[in-house]
Design a protein around this ligand. Structure first.
Ligand SMILES: O=C(O)[C@H](O)CO
Length: 325
């Protein structure tokens, strides 16, 4: 019996996932770094070889043109991410392809990063480090004053798995109020002590605004010049969702003019941003390079799920985490 062929668009795909695939398929791991701009022609060349399934772990968007190259035998796709904004889902569904992702296993790792960003942005880590590096460490009682988490109002935009894990962590920080906004009431909110409010109220009342939602048509540029104006002057904005949720120019202006206090971003648009990007020049904008799920355990878990998504689909079973809309 010939084995099904699986293309893994991820040069450093964890061995644990590869071993799972090797048991029943013939996997091929791309031999180049998949995120680099110049890798797209190589990915396209490989896709033309007729794979039955693909693990799409690259920032290149999976579009109709690329799907056309894959041929009629392709049956299943898995991302190695929770977000699926880099896939043209309408096109995937139109073609009757099965698609899965890897949510939930990264909730804890991303929640840790979120709390880290809150502290870093609220307590001015970037400015503090710069003072040391520039030999300008000047202690004084009014020097480097930041914002407390204790007693604050924390507003979570998108109380999904990550948002909930953040609230659980912050329970130990003596937060005064948790607010959340989103499309629907979350049954978990009651136990977490979080109150659902309209986005505008959340922005108006929160000292910390945490963007924990996916990038969708509704959330694109959700944080823009208008919504930033509603936020408090001491507000700290954290984005661990996707860069596209925030309008960069508007954020730059708001931070520069002291309209809000600071921002901590794990995600930006585009990624990677160039080192000359205006946001990087701001002392009150603390940016890290999309490291939310970057722990050994989490990446292994993500690889395991994406491998099993593919195996299940090829065997006619439901994926571990199917994407349905
Ligand atoms: O969508 C995801 O899985 C995360 O952003 C990856 O870090």
């Amino acid at each position: 019996m010939t084995l099904k062929k699986v293309l893994i668009v991820s040069k450093t795909f964890p061995a644990i996932g590869l071993e799972i695939l090797k048991r029943k398929t013939e996997p091929f791991v791309v031999p180049f770094f998949e995120h680099e701009l110049e890798s797209l022609p190589e990915i396209k060349k490989l896709l033309k070889k007729g794979y039955d399934a693909v693990i799409w772990n690259t920032k290149h968007r999976l579009t109709r043109d690329i799907l056309d190259l894959a041929g009629p035998q392709i049956k299943a796709i898995s991302t190695m991410s929770s977000g699926t904004d880099h896939v043209d889902l309408d096109e995937v569904f139109k073609r009757g392809l099965l698609i899965g992702n890897t949510p939930h296993v990264l909730d804890d790792a991303v929640a840790d990063i979120t709390v880290g960003l809150m502290i870093a942005a609220a307590r001015r880590f970037k400015e503090g480090i710069a003072e040391i590096m520039n030999n300008e460490w000047k202690y004084g009682v009014q020097w480097m004053l930041g914002q407390d988490i204790a007693g604050s109002t924390v507003g979570v935009v998108g109380l999904g798995g990550v948002g909930q894990a953040v609230v659980r962590r912050l329970k130990g920080f003596d937060v005064a109020r948790f607010l959340y906004s989103g499309r629907s009431d979350k049954p978990e909110a009651k136990a977490l002590g979080a109150e659902r409010v309209p986005l505008e109220q959340l922005l108006r009342e929160s000292d910390y605004v945490l963007l924990c939602c996916p990038l969708t048509r509704e959330t694109k540029n959700l944080i823009n010049a208008e919504t930033l104006k509603i936020m408090k002057k001491n507000a700290v904005l954290i984005n661990i969702g996707r860069g596209g949720i925030v309008d960069n120019d508007a954020l730059y202006n708001a931070l520069k003019q002291g309209q809000i206090f600071s921002a901590g971003l794990d995600v930006v648009d585009p990624e990677p941003i160039s080192k000359d990007h205006p946001l990087l020049s701001l002392p009150n904008c603390f940016i890290i390079p999309h490291m939310g799920s970057a722990t050994i355990e989490t990446r292994n878990a993500m690889a395991t799920i994406s491998a099993n998504n593919i195996l299940h689909a090829l065997e006619g079973k439901p994926m571990v985490h199917p994407v349905t809309s």
